[in-house]
Design a protein around this ligand. Structure first.
Ligand code: PLP
Length: 399
């Protein structure tokens, strides 16, 4: 059975107000997510914040179980944090503690800006080198080039870091194939799944990643200010967090402490419980809708949108030419002759259509390679309709 679009739209209050094509920025949450957040804030106001936490302790534990079930891992391998960036940073900077001058990080040309900034900082501080593995013509990381880079640098390769779905187009990186290579060579593999979580099924064993970071607010439809990190059990105790607090460690005697053994070693004590309970509801909702069906519908809608936009004179859809049967995801990027991306964004905003401008600084290596400075990003979700896509395309054509 296909997704019941009328019913998921009825669950989503925002659908009545806006034509939302900024799902790669932040999706519209289902009402039950919103209600869960509000109810917890009410409870905190009514009985006290700590007391509200005591009352919802079991439900809070189940948030870990929900995220773990979605990823196919154990709840002990999940840390809940405030953003995907903090999740990614927690893993990366912990690993970086062991980097020596001359060590290499292997990554791809469309790695996310914040990740790349962290590479640059650690390169400067520790004398390591960032190796950008060349891409295929369709933008996918080249697996032979990855193998060759590993062979060339051998034991100096200390990390493979990949963005599963880069923020600036429909590309889905062959993460599982990268994972197999990483595992065969026993190189830690950090996967940024920020745009793929909630958009497609994810299984950490199939992906072969040792660490995975994601956000709540994008395709998962959870509140802003939520994110999570997965760290494989075998790696957990080898990764010492860069920061400690009373959540991540215990002060056992005057001069000693013990770091937690589970992934919560990467958490801090304070957090927005309301938002995290909302995250749990959003994850359960996504699994109930069915992530395989979600992926299929998003890919179908996005392909339709690409075709419609490509027919508009002056519009260029900015995905690289794909291979036969290549599946692209919900992120559709385009430019239009004589129209700045910002102008298109503003015109759409005036019509209650939400799109976004993606600028060179978000994925600098890829955008510079392709001579692009900015694009319009229209990212579809399963609750969008074919009628909405037609309305959006007509609005772009009418400019
Ligand atoms: C949005 C995004 C991030 C950052 O997520 P935050 O929750 O804002 O920290 C990281 N990686 C990718 C690929 C993204 O699209």
């Amino acid at each position: 059975m296909a997704i019941d679009v009328d019913s998921v739209r009825a669950d989503t209050p925002g659908c009545a107000n806006v034509l939302h094509l900024n799902n790669a920025g932040a999706s519209l949450p289902p009402a039950i997510v919103l209600e869960r957040v509000k109810a917890h804030l009410d409870l905190e106001a009514e009985i006290g914040g700590y007391e509200a936490a005591d009352r919802t302790e079991d439900e809070y534990e189940r948030v870990y179980a929900s995220v773990a079930r979605m990823l196919g891992c154990a709840p002990q391998e999940i840390a809940l944090v405030e953003s995907a960036t903090r999740a990614w940073d927690a893993a990366f900077y912990a690993l970086a503690e062991g980097f020596q001058p001359g060590d290499k990080i292997l990554t791809a040309a469309n790695e996310y800006v914040s990740n790349y900034l962290a590479f640059l900082q650690v390169a400067r501080q520790r004398g390591i080198e960032i190796v950008v593995v060349p891409g295929e013509e369709n933008g996918e990381i080249s697996l032979p080039a990855l193998q060759a880079a590993i062979a060339q640098h051998d034991h100096r390769v200390k990390l493979i870091a990949l963005t599963h779905v880069p923020t600036n187009g429909g590309l889905v990186q062959p993460a599982a194939a990268v994972g197999r290579i990483a595992r065969a060579r026993e190189i830690p593999f950090l996967l940024d799944a920020c745009q793929s979580a909630g958009q497609m099924p994810l299984n950490v064993d199939e992906l072969g990643c040792d660490m995975l970071s994601a956000t709540g607010r994008k395709y998962l439809r959870a509140p802003r200010g939520t994110g999570f990190l997965y760290v494989r059990q075998a790696l957990l105790e080898k990764l010492e967090p860069s920061f400690l607090d009373m959540r991540s460690a215990t002060w056992t005697a005057r001069d000693s402490y013990e770091i937690r053994k589970d992934a919560r070693r990467f958490e801090t004590w304070e957090s927005s419980l309301a938002c995290r309970l909302g995250l749990g509801v959003a994850v359960e909702y996504a699994m109930a809708v069915d992530l395989a069906k979600i992926a299929e519908r998003i890919a179908m809608l996005a392909e339709q949108l690409r075709e419609q936009l490509a027919r508009i004179p002056g519009v260029t859809v900015r995905d690289l030419p794909g291979k036969a049967n290549q599946i692209r995801c919900g992120i559709v990027t385009f430019t239009r002759e004589r129209h700045a991306a910002q102008t298109i964004f503003e015109r759409m905003r005036d019509r209650q259509i939400n799109v976004r401008v993606t600028a060179v600084g978000s994925t600098r290596l890829d955008m510079e390679q392709r001579g692009l400075t900015e694009m319009v990003r229209a990212s579809v979700h399963y609750y969008n309709t074919e009628e909405e896509l037609a309305r959006f395309s007509q609005a772009v054509a009418a400019m």
